[in-house]
Design a binder for this molecule. Sequence first.
Ligand SMILES: *[C@@H]1O[C@H](CO)[C@@H](O)[C@H](O)[C@H]1NC(C)=O
Ligand SMILES: *[C@@H]1O[C@H](CO)[C@@H](O)[C@H](O)[C@H]1NC(C)=O
Length: 327
Amino acid sequence: MGLCRRFCCSRGPLLVLFLASAVPLGVIFSLERTKNTSETFEYRSRGWIRECAKWDADRHRFLVSTFFDGGVAQIPLPGGAAAPPDTTLEEQSALHDPAVAGNASVGILVDAPRRRLLVVYSDLLRHRYSALAAYDLSSWRRLFLAQLSGPNDEPSDADDATLDGEGNAYVTDAKTNKLWKIGAGGELLGEIRSSVGLNGIVYHPNGYLLVVHTFGAQLFRVDPSTAGVEVVQVTGGSLLLGDGLELLSPTRLVVAGTPSGRFVESGDDWRTAAIAEIYRGPMHRIASSVTVKDGKVFLSHLIGGGLSARTHLITEAVFSPVKGKQP
Ligand SMILES: *[C@@H]1O[C@H](CO)[C@@H](O)[C@H](O)[C@H]1NC(C)=O
Ligand SMILES: *[C@@H]1O[C@H](CO)[C@@H](O)[C@H](O)[C@H]1NC(C)=O
């Protein structure tokens, strides 16, 4: 989601359209043909940019944040447990909260145990509003709206969220180096100042946060109780342009970005880590978030394609070992 911070927001949405349209059509087709995935969900949408997609297993659908549009859409998958169809899926509007009209919807998170969706909102252009809201996943009733920052506070740019075991949420601010902590009922519990800018975030069950900064190439281990920040020593490649994160197990992390997916492993509680495998998907579409469906890793892409109708891709990441990896 950090890429979008730079390309969509700071430098204007036109740059993204320029980047997308600067790739000749023939190249797009060949790029898409070489995508090495065993499962791809293609859906038709009304927007060019879909920042974050998460799998809602209980309702058998993907949920996506519609970004500038400020809402959340759903892509229901037909056929229960049946194999995905070849046909293009349709995005349906699911949520549009008038209380935050004019703001963008950025990171989203399915809180399955509490049957709710968390949505991060941000005033992308002026940085005068950031919020976290929670909605019932069946009725879309709003459960809380926590303002994190307003016009009288320092400029902010809320980006991504994660949850700990008690339902506390942590939201990154890509503008001023900090994290917000929000209680399970929506109460703002405080800010954790860090010395670094933060984008993608994930909570580790051992009580700390793993966070990436898209343009900093580094992975950080943040202790929320002390605000202590350690740099995880990563070998086997760079995490530059890392964005959305998902923890597959306590020792395995997937980083979405460019290249599309990096599979990172740690054997010492994330003091050090190694990039073990890489997945190169449709790079020109820019992978921005990662989610897990039926035990498989899926990446969603920021930029839509197509001429008359815009289509977006959610692709299964098929990882290959990093060449020349040290044993
Ligand atoms: C696709 O991925 C599979 C499994 O990792 C690998 O065996 C195959 O060589 C890859 N094909 C291409 C064209 O990269
Ligand atoms: C974001 O939402 C807040 C709260 O309703 C509102 O005051 C603000 O004007 C909105 N921002 C934009 C850019 O419309």
